[in-house]
Ligand binder design. Sequence first.
Ligand SMILES: Cc1cc2nc3c(=O)[nH]c(=O)nc-3n(C[C@H](O)[C@H](O)[C@H](O)COP(=O)(O)O)c2cc1C
Length: 225
Amino acid sequence: MKREIGMDSAELLYENWPGQFDSFSHMEFACSIPQVLFLISTVKPNGKPNLCFHSWSSFGGDAGGYFAVMQNVAHITHTYQNIVREGEFCINFVSADYYSNCIATIINNSIIDDEFEAGNFTLEKSLKIKTPRVKQSFMSLECQLACNVDLSRMGINSMIIGRVVNAAIEEKYIEGVDKRYGKEGFMFNIHEPADYATGQLNDTHVASLEVLGSYAEMKNNPLGS
Ligand SMILES: Cc1cc2nc3c(=O)[nH]c(=O)nc-3n(C[C@H](O)[C@H](O)[C@H](O)COP(=O)(O)O)c2cc1C
């Protein structure tokens, strides 16, 4: 049996903090779709490098370009203001080994903080943009701002779309066995999934991928069935 959850079903859940369902749709916790995690690097107005731990996103394109779509960039963040002002940013994927370093960039988040230093990350020059990359990142996407839309028209978040102008990928991640799809690769955010038996939101969890099989294996014999 399936449970139907509408946009008016927020009262079935308890917020973990006041205003949580204003900053996030309650659907976020009902659906709790895993999202790849990365650091967005930008530059503050005083020239100091900024980092923002970020989740909501997707990636795609065609012959006309490859685009990074970040559905929720909060207007209150330095990152949003830096992207709008500078017209560029860099997406840096790091493995879960760096989770606590990423959190340190949130704790040390004032305008005077060098957030690379705060997270113990190293600056690396980008090839096509002025914004620096994170050296510890196994894949960085240098982006120019292509689109900025406030989807909900509430002035809370914007969907920022970046046109990828260069990708820098660590060689050992794309030669031989691809390390991107295991514990040393992409990390994912499982954001407070809701328990509808109690109405409580569970803790946020961090995940990585487990590859189950190739396309050829799966199409003929999914999981050995
Ligand atoms: C796991 C995790 C994921 C996050 N994802 C986002 C996100 O997708 N969008 C966003 O605006 N903030 C997100 N945040 C919050 C920002 O990281 C946080 O507000 C940060 O301090 C903003 O940095 P800035 O002001 O230097 O830009 C996330 C935080 C965590 C812990």
